[in-house]
Design a protein around this ligand. Structure first.
Ligand code: ATP
Ligand code: MG
Length: 571
């Protein structure tokens, strides 16, 4: 391919809305272009990468025994009503009507559609196990579309669904996909780590997210160097040792703390560290207020709280609810005698046995000192649980070493669904005794377009992208420096066709630009290998070859006949 014949436009300026490097480079290198917030057009270079990632995904899915199908983007509401998700998916789902007033969704995912298909086709255990997948555009009305392809309204997803006769089979299907994901991301040149995650409304279901570790990641991950424990902060647990910052047995005393509302303000007012305090927050869980107490320097983990309470939803209470439940405004509430006699109080496990703590007095402008959580409140044995977000330095629940917190970009997820969908659809098969049994499901997503950008995020430098050879838009760029000189053109074209003949993607930069401009563009786009063919070089012994990730000093001067072998060894 000749550069002058292809639609490539690089930009000098970063797009105004780009906050992270990969978003800037995606646009500057001319891979994609914004159409509107969260909506992108893929330009030829981006399209080439997207296709290569899809091809890797496809090969690994097929190798794992999954079969490709494709289902409509437009999904009838009836399917979503069967599981109740038409009403519970919330505003993230794009809904529309056809001219006959029939309701549809633009598929944000496709469990319903696939379950319905499996139900319609599978009748006997002989047809199972079955894993089917598609690579299809998905639509989500994200609250904050941002970071380019990372969180967009329309994105390409590979979604696979497995159907098994029993839990053992479902387990096998799950791990088959898990290992396929390891190969997919590995082949994309990505280091993606499997991380335990919360099962959302699927309760304690097993699920792993695959994360690319990067500062730009939107998810926090608890990470143990010691044993490899890795869990999304939504799910991450910690081991609690001795009670920290305990002041011992004391009498309760009321202290005036006017104007000091936050723990930080009260702490500095009293000259104490935040850990001497109990942070008390009023939540509403499935419509009922609950007070949640955690050490003053910790944050409540809403997911853990919801699990512990067995609630469908939890959210911070509004001002009126806080006042009615405790008798005070937020900032002065605490677990000692709140106004409402039947307000449920729960506390983080690290507060079990805590004495001499400072809590809100349930009276505006006051705190209580010397509080013993078990002596002075109605917190009982069953009210303590791990309810906080893990922090760096917390003790690994598996091996006891201190954990670190990393940031991650979720590029894929594998999920055991059990019979949630197959029950709703009555998707059954007949076993060998001709009894009807419900199929057991798993679902497995890869964010194909997000993966494209995650590769850039993980693999770039100050000059631009550094594509892994497997997914690079072109693996080799031949810099034709003197496009008006016949001999130089001949050498460049010989190398081009020799590479094409062995299946290497090559682009010849035949523009009449200064070498500096051409090299800058090549570095920005990030072709893995650069071959410079110019009159001066040829008279000095040959063509110059270097890898994108190598320093200029590593440039090899190779006679044109030897170029092919050197390029091959570098790819
Ligand atoms: P997130 O937590 O980032 O919103 P999710 O867990 O809701 O993602 P899944 O339903 O697991 O997403 O979808 C499968 C994959 O699709 C994700 O692992 C992610 O790579 C990708 N994905 C999800 N939402 C988006 C989006 N808005 N833009 C691009 N890719 C996305
Ligand atoms: Mg997910």
């Amino acid at each position: 391919m000749k550069w002058t014949k292809s639609l490539i436009q690089t930009l000098r300026e970063n797009p105004g809305d780009a906050e992270i490097d990969s978003h800037k480079l995606l646009v500057r290198a001319g891979l994609a272009r914004k159409v509107a917030a969260g909506l992108y057009a893929y330009l030829p270079l981006g399209m080439r990468v997207l296709k290569k990632i899809q091809q890797i995904v496809r090969e690994e899915m097929d190798r794992a025994g999954a079969q490709e199908i494709v289902t409509p983007v437009l999904q009838p509401s009836e399917l979503w009503r069967t599981t109740g998700r038409w009403d519970t998916m919330g505003p993230n789902m794009f809904k529309l009507r056809d001219r006959g007033e029939h309701e549809f969704a633009l598929g944000p995912t496709a469990e319903e559609v696939f379950t319905d298909i499996a139900k319609g086709i599978v009748s006997s255990y002989r047809q199972l196990p079955l894993t089917i997948y598609q690579i299809q555009w998905k639509f989500r009305d994200e609250t904050r579309p941002r970071f380019g392809l990372m969180r967009s309204k329309e994105f390409l997803m590979k979604d696979a669904y497995s159907f098994d006769v029993d839990a053992e089979g479902a387990d096998k299907s799950y791990w088959t996909m898990y290992h396929a994901y390891e190969r997919i991301f590995g082949r994309c040149g990505l280091k993606a780590v499997p991380v335990q995650a919360d099962g959302g409304d699927m309760g304690d279901s097993m699920t792993h997210e695959f994360h690319v570790l990067a500062d730009a990641g939107e998810d926090g991950i608890a990470w143990c160097e010691g044993c490899g424990y890795a869990a999304n902060l939504e799910k991450a647990e910690r081991k609690c040792g001795e009670i920290a910052a305990d002041a011992g047995e004391q009498a309760v005393e009321e202290v005036a703390t006017p104007d000091a509302k936050t723990i930080g303000q009260v702490a500095s007012f009293m000259g104490l560290g935040a850990e001497a305090f109990v942070k008390s927050l009023v939540y509403v869980a499935d419509g009922k207020p609950v007070m949640v107490c955690v050490p003053g320097d910790r944050d409540v983990n809403d997911v853990k709280l919801r699990r512990f309470l067995g609630a469908k939803s939890v959210a911070l209470a509004d001002f009126d609810t806080v006042l009615a439940a405790t008798g005070a405004n937020a900032g002065f509430v605490g677990p000692v005698k709140p106004a409402s006699g039947d307000l449920r109080i729960v506390a983080d496990i690290a507060l079990k046995g805590a004495k001499g703590r400072i809590v809100g007095a349930n009276k505006d402008g006051y705190h209580l000192k010397g509080v013993d959580l078990e002596r002075d409140t109605r917190l009982g044995e069953g009210d303590f649980a791990d309810l906080v977000v893990v922090q760096a330095g917390d003790v690994c629940p598996r091996c006891g070493k201190p954990m670190a917190i990393k940031r991650g970009i979720e590029v894929g997820q594998v999920f055991k669904l059990g019979t949630k969908y197959t029950d709703a659809f009555k998707a059954v098969y007949k076993n060998d005794n001709l009894e009807e049994k419900t199929m057991i499901m798993g679902c497995y997503g890869v964010g194909v377009s997000r993966t494209l950008q995650a590769i850039i995020e993980q693999s770039h430098d100050k000059d631009g992208i550094v594509w892994p050879s497997s997914v690079a838009p072109y693996q080799v760029v031949v810099e034709l420096l003197d496009p008006d000189q016949g001999e130089v053109v001949r050498v460049a074209e010989t190398i081009e066709s020799a590479l094409e003949a062995i299946g290497v993607d090559v682009i010849v930069d035949d523009r009449s630009e200064r070498p500096g401009v051409k090299f800058k563009d090549a570095d920005l786009i990030g072709f893995p290998v650069r071959v410079v063919v110019g009159a001066k070089g040829l008279s000095n012994g040959g063509v110059e070859i270097k890898r994108r990730d190598e320093d200029k000093s590593k440039t090899r001067i190779v006679p044109p006949e030897g170029a092919l072998d050197v390029i091959r060894s570098l790819l």
